[in-house]
Design a protein around this ligand. Structure first.
Ligand code: 4NP
Length: 161
């Protein structure tokens, strides 16, 4: 079982959407038995909450299943997940600080858009304070990045279905 954790700040916009898109791709690829995914926030702002209503709307639009509740990244995540993927530079920096504090200094943390040739180092922009179009934008960014990520993981782990 390959475990993947998507991380943003609040865990109500980008990371739950990433999780839902990824799950749909895994299902399409007939690889449900090979993956477990989850999402979490670096902050404690929205613990226990449903995703933002605009996240839910975007999920419905693209036929995605979403039943996540906000949670904060914790120590055991660094032990339990094979891939921890940050949405932006801030999340990446926070996760890299946390992993050392929690005793996993060598754990590699990934940045979502590093999976997209030509977009390395870029952020999945935080849509929280913007308008609805920001959610459409992050959907498109995540859709491409997660295709690339899944392809890479299938190669790395030799998953052929
Ligand atoms: P997310 O978006 O990190 O993609 O879930 C945000 C959600 C909430 C806040 C910021 C970003 N907030 O400041 O409450």
């Amino acid at each position: 079982m390959i475990k993947v954790l998507f991380v943003c700040l609040g865990n109500i916009c980008r990371s739950p959407l990433a999780e839902a898109i990824f799950n749909a791709k895994v299902k399409e690829s007939n690889l449900l038995s090979s993956f477990k995914s989850d999402s979490a926030g670096t902050s404690d702002f929205h613990i226990g909450e449903l995703p933002d209503e605009r996240t839910i709307f975007t999920g419905k639009k693209y036929n995605l299943e979403m039943n996540h509740r906000g949670r904060q990244v914790n120590r055991t995540d660094f032990r339990d997940f094979d891939y921890i993927i940050a949405m932006d530079d801030n999340n990446l920096r926070n996760l890299n600080n946390m992993k050392t504090r929690y005793g996993f200094p060598d754990k590699e943390i990934f940045l979502m858009r590093d999976f997209v040739p030509g977009s390395e180092g870029l952020s999945v922009p935080d849509p929280y304070y913007g308008g609805d179009e920001g959610f459409e934008e992050i959907y498109k960014i995540l859709d491409v990045a997660l295709d690339n990520f899944l392809t890479k993981v299938k190669e790395t782990h030799q998953l052929y279905v």
